[in-house]
Write a new protein. Structure first.
Length: 221
């Protein structure tokens, strides 16, 4: 038996859909496998980024959204940084360069070359019902706060999607969470298109009761 198959979060090529968790960004091509609907790069949190984001949390961080391609990404990120960090603190370079690097690489990797860029501060529960979104590929990272939760295929009742979490979650002990700083590439489901794998079932973590904050990056193809 393959060592990867020994882990509950990995599904072999014979499964309907599965996930691939890796310590290496170079393994992101696994998301192109027909049976994989989530790739997660489990990288460590950079303390410099955490400290920088904490330093700007007290300011008004308006949600940033724009259409982007690799040619316009750098210029648009400079404009976005001016909205969030008017003094352009030197310690912020690591964060903004990281956002640009993984976003640019994702746009190139997707072969579309363009997408919708989102960077936002989340202070409420947002989408806490497990669901599947309508996109082909999505880059996602929680830079600050708790990460996105997702369900392995054998822990979800897909027939219950659209109802309650109690019905959707077939096995509560199998709920998984992307760590802070982890980088995910997610498959969704486009309406009217046949797909060999179902989109990843996921949700935002509940943070209202704990007054936690999240800073998330999202690029949708």
């Amino acid at each position: 038996m393959s060592i990867l198959n020994a882990f509950p979060f990995f599904k072999s090529a014979k499964s309907a859909s599965g996930q691939f968790l890796s310590e290496d960004w170079a393994s992101r091509s696994e998301i192109l496998q027909e049976n994989i609907n989530l790739f997660c790069w489990r990288r460590p949190v950079k303390l410099e980024i955490t400290r920088y984001l904490e330093s700007i949390l007290s300011t008004q961080l308006k949600a940033i959204q724009f259409q982007v391609n690799r040619e316009t990404l750098h210029e648009k990120l400079n404009l976005a940084r001016a909205l969030w960090d008017k003094s352009e603190k030197l310690e912020g370079d690591i964060f903004w360069q990281d956002v640009e690097r993984i976003s640019s690489d994702f746009l190139k990797f997707s072969k579309d070359g363009s997408g919708v860029f989102h960077l936002k501060l989340v202070t409420n529960n947002a989408c806490t019902k497990f669901h599947v979104d309508g996109y082909r590929l999505r880059l996602f990272s929680t830079y600050y706060g708790p990460g996105t939760e997702w369900l392995p295929e054998d822990a979800v009742n897909r027939q219950a999607l659209g109802t309650t979490n109690e019905c959707i979650i077939a096995d509560p002990n199998r709920v998984q969470r992307m760590g802070t700083g982890h980088v995910g590439i997610l498959k969704g489901e486009l309406p009217g298109q046949l797909q060999s794998v179902k989109g990843i079932v996921h949700r935002s973590p509940e943070i209202s009761l704990t007054s936690e904050k999240r800073i998330i990056l999202r690029v949708d193809i």
